[in-house]
Design a binder for this molecule. Structure first.
Ligand SMILES: [Zn+2]
Ligand SMILES: [Zn+2]
Ligand SMILES: [Zn+2]
Length: 393
């Protein structure tokens, strides 16, 4: 015992000048095996039913208040006469508030009065002990419902926020999709306009071929695909450098060849003729082709973009729809555990905010869809609130 030297208890120290004082008998709640816990207690009751009295008595219970030094955390009027009726109203618990609203001088030196007050005081303290025992048994279940309700309410609000974000994202993707589709159309048109980058050209090709008759040709000009007189009527000669060809049909009056412009000495006979071949060629217009390729590349990119946007749009819409359904389910579940939950008042601001957002949606289908979902949610909130048996405007 460390305090052997100290014979005076705290209580004695405080009250050693008062003959009537005695150590209060605290029925300390003894709950073996119970871990210390924190209890949040909501005290409900009309005026005069004893809320302050319970709190004041509890304060004295835990903080060792006495009749001579009552601890009053919620003050009443000091001079106010005790309303005796309170005890009868509080039928379950006995609680006396006389000690908190009467001048302690009244019982300080009056043994009979003090005896009465002391009796009620002890009884109130004992009641708090019993009350606390009951609370430790009951509170775990009684607050769970409130927690559940709050969880549901928070979930509903958070889902509404999420679905609002979904709608904003859907709008963004829809914008991107619209842009991609526009670009797709444009690059498609460009592709069409540059599609004829190949041009067909027909070229006449001259060619010397062997034949079985002789023609007059020129030494200087045969290689340039010129036959001066095909099928020459002169007798065939095997030499050149003579005037033999002066009489050839190809010679003009100036003694120069009409075909090649040379004199007779450069001409000779050979078994050849000139043929012309028409060749068709596909000519690629490189500049146009480059533009076509560019348009084609962009067209493919926009096409793939548009497909991606389309599918993510579908996913986002499905996710948003799932959230709408989840919100409905949460509302219905909440209405089951809390039949008096005021959905209209609670969700009014959220629904209004959703409606504001929906107005800014450019795409008509998206806007209609969002507005329809908002109406559904509003109707659900109305229906659930009407079940409560009250009317709303
Ligand atoms: Zn000739
Ligand atoms: Zn000639
Ligand atoms: Zn010639």
């Amino acid at each position: 015992m460390r305090n052997d030297n100290n014979n005076q208890s705290d209580y004695g120290t405080r009250n050693n000048d008062n003959d009537f004082s005695h150590k209060p008998t605290r029925d300390k709640i003894d709950l073996p095996g119970t871990e210390p816990r924190v209890f949040k207690i909501l005290l409900l009751g009309g005026t005069g039913t004893g809320k302050s009295t319970i709190i004041n008595t509890m304060t004295n219970y835990f903080l060792d208040g006495t009749l001579d030094e009552p601890k009053i955390v919620i003050p009443s009027k000091y001079y106010k006469v005790t309303e005796k009726g309170i005890v009868e109203i509080l039928q379950i618990f006995y609680m006396d508030n006389q000690a908190f609203c009467t001048n302690p001088e009244i019982w300080k030196d009056d043994e009979s009065e003090r005896h009465t007050v002391q009796f009620h005081w002890d009884k109130s303290i004992k009641t708090i002990g019993n009350l606390l025992k009951e609370i430790t048994k009951l509170s775990a279940t009684s607050t769970q419902a409130f927690e559940n309700m709050r969880d549901f309410r928070n979930k509903i609000k958070s889902e509404i926020v999420k679905v609002t974000q979904d709608i904003a994202n859907i709008q963004k993707v829809q914008d991107a999709l619209d842009a991609a589709q526009k670009a797709l159309q444009k690059t498609g048109d460009q592709k069409k306009s540059f599609a004829n980058y190949t041009k067909t050209e027909s070229i006449k090709l001259k060619k010397i071929v062997r034949v079985d008759y002789h023609s007059t040709v020129c030494t200087l000009h045969l290689t340039k695909d010129i036959v001066c007189h095909e099928g020459c009527g002169l007798s065939e000669v095997t030499v050149s450098g003579t005037d033999h060809f002066l009489s050839c049909y190809c010679m003009g009056s100036n003694q120069l060849c009409k075909e090649c412009g040379c004199g007779p000495k450069s001409h000779f006979h050979d078994k050849v003729k000139l043929v012309e071949e028409t060749k068709t060629m596909n000519k690629v217009l490189e500049d146009m082709k480059a533009q076509y390729d560019n348009a084609n590349q962009q067209h493919q990119k926009y096409s793939s973009d548009a497909n991606n946007y389309q599918s993510s749009l579908a996913n986002l819409q499905a996710a948003a729809n799932a959230k709408y359904e989840y919100i409905h389910k949460l509302c219905l579940d909440l209405s089951k555990i809390c039949s008096r939950f005021n959905f209209v008042d609670e969700l009014h601001a959220n629904i209004e905010s959703m409606r504001q957002d929906a107005r800014t949606i450019q795409n008509i289908n998206l806007r209609k869809n969002a507005e329809m979902e908002i109406q559904r949610l509003e109707k659900l909130a109305n229906d659930l609130s009407l079940k409560r048996g009250r009317t709303f405007k």
